[in-house]
Every structure is written in C-alpha cells, then in structure tokens.
Design a binder for this molecule. Structure first.
Ligand code: GRF
Length: 202
C-alpha cells in the first residue's frame, strides 16, 4: 500500500475526489496517511476530519518558508508518506522540500501546461481566446507549474464562458484526472523520459 500525504489550503474538492476514488476502489494500492493544511479551518481539512483521516494544520504565518516546510516535511515522514499530493496548496515549496521527495510530489493545475501557468489560469486562457483548455497533473520541480507532465485532460472553451463557467468545466475533469494520474505513478509502469512521462519499454 502506498501512502499519500495530501497538502491543501482551501476548498479541497480534489482531495475529496481522491478520497472517494480510494473508497470506491477506483484508485487501488493507495491510502491517505495525512491531510495537512496551512490554513486553519480550510474546508478541505474540515472534510478530512469528518472522514476520520489523520489531519494536521501547520500554520505558515510568522515563520520563514524553510521553518514552515521543515515542519511539514517532518509530519509527512512521521506518517510515512510515499507520495505528496498538492491539492490546491497555495504555497511555493522550498528547494529543500522538493529534494526531500524526488519525483514524489504531484500537483494539479487548471490549464493545459505549459500554457497559462500561475494564479489566473482561466482568466489568462479566456484573454488569449483559446478554443480549448483543461487541466494538467505534473511532478513538482523547483519552477512553478513546471515539471514532467503525468497527464492532461482537455475541455472546450465555449462562447460566453466566464472564469467561473470555465473553471467548473475544468474542475469536473480535474476530479477524474488526479486519481488517474496517481494510479499511473503508483503502477510503476511509466518513467520520465526527456520531460515526458511514458510507458517503460521493459
Ligand atoms: C484547482 O483548480 C486546482 O487545479 C488548483 O487549485 C484548485 C484547487 O481546488 N491547483 P480544490 O481545493 O481541490 O477544490
């Protein structure tokens, strides 16, 4: 069984989708060992408590990034996390954090990376007038919204779309994409090759 450490800061709908995928045996070989929030009473951490999962709040206020990250890393190790799943975690990880879990930290971003990284993916996609957007699950490296892409799912951008309508259409895809990407990492049949995550030859 591989152990998932989930980090979140807000709503937590991707975390809930992952928990439900495990519960309903759509994501096999995984269990959630800890749900950790940097925000007190984030809806996601409240949901995790209701599910009876291990939870922790590690507040970032008043501490350096390194101090905060060291405590988060310690909690993840304490619960023996194999994979770190960023699910709406609104903090940039320190280099130390990233080297602690090489190719073991996943993030989901609401655009078809490398297009529209950053905080305003939907706004930027609409402003650019693209016909298609979507979501990307990728490994986290030292650059924001970069790192090997594990999988992407696309949706059409429709006439009259607002940030909210586009976000909702993409979010529906996120909830399927994240469990599938985790399964892909856990099955160990894929490897990173030249920046792509591809099936092994052997
Ligand atoms: C999602 O849109 C995800 O792509 C982005 O942050 C949002 C988190 O939503 N990284 P939720 O907290 O999982 O509902």
């Amino acid at each position: 069984m591989k152990r998932l450490g989930i980090l979140l800061s807000g709503r937590g709908s991707n975390f809930v989708a992952i928990a439900e995928a495990i519960e309903s045996h759509r994501l096999l070989g995984a269990e959630i060992c800890i749900v950790l929030s940097n925000v007190v009473d984030a809806p996601g951490i409240v949901a995790a408590r209701k599910m009876g999962l291990n939870t922790a709040v590690v507040e970032s206020r008043g501490r350096t990034r390194d101090e905060h990250d060291m405590e988060v890393i310690a909690r993840l190790h304490q619960h023996k996390a194999d994979l770190v799943i960023l699910a709406g975690y609104m903090r940039i990880l320190s280099p130390r954090f990233i080297t602690e879990f090489p190719e073991r930290i996943l993030n989901i971003h609401p655009s078809l990376l490398p297009d529209f990284p950053g905080m305003h993916a939907h706004r930027d996609a609409l402003a650019a007038g693209v016909k298609e957007s979507g979501c990307t699950v990728h490994f986290v490296n030292e650059r924001v919204d970069d790192g090997t892409i594990i999988l992407q799912r696309s949706v059409p951008v429709l006439p009259g779309d607002t940030e909210e309508t586009l976000a909702a259409r993409v979010l529906e895809q996120e909830h399927g994409a994240y469990p599938e990407a985790i399964a892909r990492v856990l099955c160990e049949q894929y490897e990173s090759r030249n920046g792509h995550y591809v099936k092994r030859n052997d």
